[in-house]
Design a protein around this ligand. Sequence first.
Ligand code: ZN
Length: 135
Amino acid sequence: MAYEIDKPEEQWRAELTPQEYHVLREAGTERAFTGEYTDSKTVGVYSCRACGAELFRSETKFESHCGWPSFYDPADSSAVELIEDRSHGMVRTEVRCTRCGSHLGHVFAGEGYPTPTDQRYCINSISLRLSPEES
Ligand SMILES: [Zn+2]
C-alpha cells in the first residue's frame, strides 16, 4: 500500500540519523531503558520523528516498567497502522505510522495493566519527538 509520505530509502537515510533510520525504516528496536522518553512525564504531544504526524499524547502514557515509552491508546486510532509481525519466532502486532509507514514499535494486549484499554503500545523513543505543551 502507498503511504501519504512516500520517500525513497536514500532520502530517509539522508534525513535521519543512523540510529533513527535503523529503528524507523528497518524496524529495529532501541535497547531497553536507553530511550530519552522512557520515563518522561512531560505533558505534550508525541509525533512521528520521520514525518511529524501526531501519534500519542502524554495523557495516555503510563509506567509499564518495560524499558520503553508505553501508551495505552493512540491520539487518533487512524494515526497508527497495525500489522501482524511474525519475525523472531513470535506473533506480535507491529505499530507503524499511517502517514509515512515508519516503524514505531509493537502493541500488546491483555497484560493486566490498570489502564482503560488493557493495551500497551510499546514504542521506541527514537521513533518519537515530544512537543511539550505550554501551560
Ligand atoms: Zn510518520
